[in-house]
Design a protein around this ligand. Structure first.
Ligand code: PLP
Length: 390
């Protein structure tokens, strides 16, 4: 390990809490610590802060009303909530849940647990869905829910909002629902519930400089005025999600949403992140021309680079990078402990061997050119050294 500061290139796993977010949260631990459901000044102050956060989150995703924002313990809970609510609201005869082949486990696992027939929509080598084929499948009938992520956590590949909206129209015309997991997109690109026409949308604060363990499930309140809840208990969140409100977390999510809304509305900020990501990719390709960039021909998040290296084992490189102070990832952080080939990369048509040579580097708006160049230098030293050993 060097004495240089860590190079944190793993922002799709989680981000640093913005100092303004932390400052907004702090009073809600020891000063305004009331239960937001309590009828006294402490509780009312906490409830007012929750109300403000609900407005901030609704504004970030252009939800039609703050009442359509339901606070959760994060993206996983929001994804589960959408799957179960859509399944419980299914029309007679609907027995199928359609997922893109690259969904997060937070979508796949609850979908499988319902007992529905789960069908996967394939993607091409650049991670793109065939929207016409999906529409044809939906029109054939029996689909209770389509769940397609906005941006992929491993490659950053985006399904454009217009395409998601087409899926939404197709499935709603049949009485089914569209769920959009926007966990990785929020704070990086604009996400608009009105343009999407989604029934359910998931987001998670820790992916956009908010705290861990808090997120939101946004519902189309016109279609789902009383979505069924699987968090049974008290009548918090208008009886749609039981459990004492995590007031500091919700306040942090609200402030992170306010900041994210400012950031995504300034295109120059995401262009700057994309320029650094492109500089990193170009620098690697120059030194190691056989490296492949996953999803290069698709619209991608500005911050994500997933690179398939020639002749080098990804895990060996990841460990060597970590030992030298560079934090990257093999893919989804939640699958880091389970060494099977990524289902996302296999869906892109990679072999298991190719998938084992891929690493994800994910940047954020505070990543600097100097850090990118230090990362490149490190890779330029480590890759040839490791290639001779492996
Ligand atoms: N969906 C996607 C696309 C994700 O990347 C993640 C987390 O990595 C989740 C859902 C789960 O979110 P959380 O960590 O808040 O449970």
């Amino acid at each position: 390990m060097t004495n240089e500061p860590l190079l944190y290139f793993d922002n799709n796993a989680t981000t640093a809490v913005d100092e303004r977010v932390l400052a907004a949260m702090l009073p809600f631990f020891c000063e305004t610590y009331g239960n937001a459901s309590s009828r006294h000044p402490q509780g009312e102050r906490a409830a007012a802060a929750v109300t403000l956060a609900r407005r901030q989150v609704a504004a970030l995703v252009s939800a039609s009303s703050p009442d359509h924002v339901i606070f959760t313990s994060g993206g996983t809970e929001a994804d589960c909530a959408g799957i179960f609510a859509a399944w419980n609201a299914r029309a007679d005869g609907a027995d199928t849940i359609l997922l893109s082949a690259v969904e997060h486990p937070a979508v796949i696992a609850p979908a499988e647990s319902t007992g529905a027939r789960v069908e996967l929509l394939p993607v091409d080598a650049n991670g793109r869905l065939n929207i016409e084929a999906a529409e044809r499948r939906i029109a054939a009938g029996g689909v209770a829910l389509v769940s397609v992520m906005f941006a992929n956590n491993e490659t950053g590949v985006i399904t454009p909002m217009a395409d998601l909206a087409r899926l939404g129209c197709a499935v709603r015309a049949q009485g089914g629902s569209l769920q959009v997991d926007a966990v990785q997109a929020i704070g990086k690109v604009p996400v608009d519930m009105q343009l999407l026409g989604a029934d359910f949308l998931s987001l998670s604060a820790h992916k956009f400089h908010g705290p861990k363990g808090v997120g939101a499930w946004i519902v189309d309140g016109a279609r789902h005025p009383n979505p069924s809840s699987f968090m049974l208990g008290g009548s918090q969140e208008a009886a749609r999600r039981g459990g004492t409100s995590n007031v500091p977390g919700i306040v942090g999510l609200g402030e992170a949403a306010r900041l994210a809304r400012e950031n995504v509305s300034d295109a120059s900020l995401s262009e700057a992140v994309a320029a650094r990501r492109d500089r990193f990719e170009a620098g690697l390709l120059e030194r190691f021309p056989k490296t492949k960039i996953l999803g290069a021909a698709s619209p991608r998040l500005p911050n994500t680079a997933n690179l398939c290296f020639a002749d080098i084992d990804g895990e060996t490189l990841l460990m060597a990078l970590a030992a030298s102070g560079l934090c990257a990832s093999m893919g989804a952080a939640c699958s880091e402990t389970k060494r099977t080939a990524s289902h996302v990369l296999l869906a892109y048509g990679l072999t298991s061997d190719e998938a084992s040579r891929c690493l994800r580097f994910s940047f954020c708006r505070s990543t600097t050119d100097k850090e990118i160049d230090r990362g490149l230098e490190l890779l330029a030293t480590l890759i040839p050294a490791l290639a001779t050993i492996t």
